[in-house]
Design a protein around this ligand. Structure first.
Ligand code: ITT
Length: 198
């Protein structure tokens, strides 16, 4: 039996990463239509579960959802679970980066401003309890932004491992060094144990 996993996201950057990182493990597809899930949880786990259940209810297919964010140490872990709408839902990414810089500046703290990207995945197939996977990628906020790849906060966050911003990494490098890459490596191992012949 061949499986196609529904990726419960409206973020094209995430979807592209799922497709690339799970190549050869399981085929991934988007929903083809946007689904607005109210992300009112206070943890990544709650929001990832909400997205997984909502997409499953709507499309009746096994789903993998992602809730993620950037945690900055000097901001006490903000924006964290609120990363997508930090500073206001309608900001451009340039404005959101500027807002983050202004919040860091307001602390008066001297850099480097360390932190981490965090990703929590939730797999749900409608039959079994949801399963969660987590990944974390440490680094520091850089100013000015650098690089043209990736999405979201990638240009303003430098990987501790590779010393480049996530927007300067190739897709393969981001897979190696990122929070989503780590979470999806765990998912892949688990998936292969469940579907040894797939
Ligand atoms: P879905 O909920 O539909 O998956 P979203 O973009 O709203 O899409 P989240 O609620 O998980 O996703 O919010 C995560 C925020 O953190 C969002 O603003 C992303 O752009 C950002 N983010 C997550 N992973 C990232 C990454 O790998 N690189 C840069 N920014 C990232």
């Amino acid at each position: 039996m061949s499986h196609v996993l529904l990726i419960a996201t409206t973020n094209k950057g995430k979807l592209d990463e799922f497709k690339l990182y799970l190549k050869g493990v399981v085929e991934c597809s988007g929903s083809g239509e946007p689904l607005d899930v109210e992300e009112d949880g206070t943890t990544y786990w709650e929001n990832a579960l909400k997205k997984a259940l909502r997409f499953y209810e709507t499309f009746q297919r096994p789903v993998l959802a992602d809730d993620s964010g950037l945690e900055v140490d000097v901001l006490g872990g903000a924006p964290g679970v609120y990363s997508a709408r930090y500073g206001g839902a309608d900001l451009t990414w340039e404005d959101r980066w500027a807002y983050l810089y202004s919040k860091i500046e307001a602390t008066g703290a001297i850099g480097p401003h360390t932190g981490a990207f965090v990703c929590v995945l939730c797999y749900y197939d409608g039959l079994n309890p949801p399963v969660f996977f987590q990944g974390k990628a440490s680094g520091q906020v850089v100013q000015p932004p650098r690089g043209n790849g990736g999405f979201g906060y990638d240009p303003i966050f430098e990987s501790r491992l590779l010393r480049k911003t996530f927007a300067e990494l190739s897709a393969k490098e981001k897979q190696t060094a990122s929070h989503r890459g780590e979470a999806l490596r765990q998912f892949s191992v688990w998936w292969k144990t469940k579907h040894p012949t797939a």
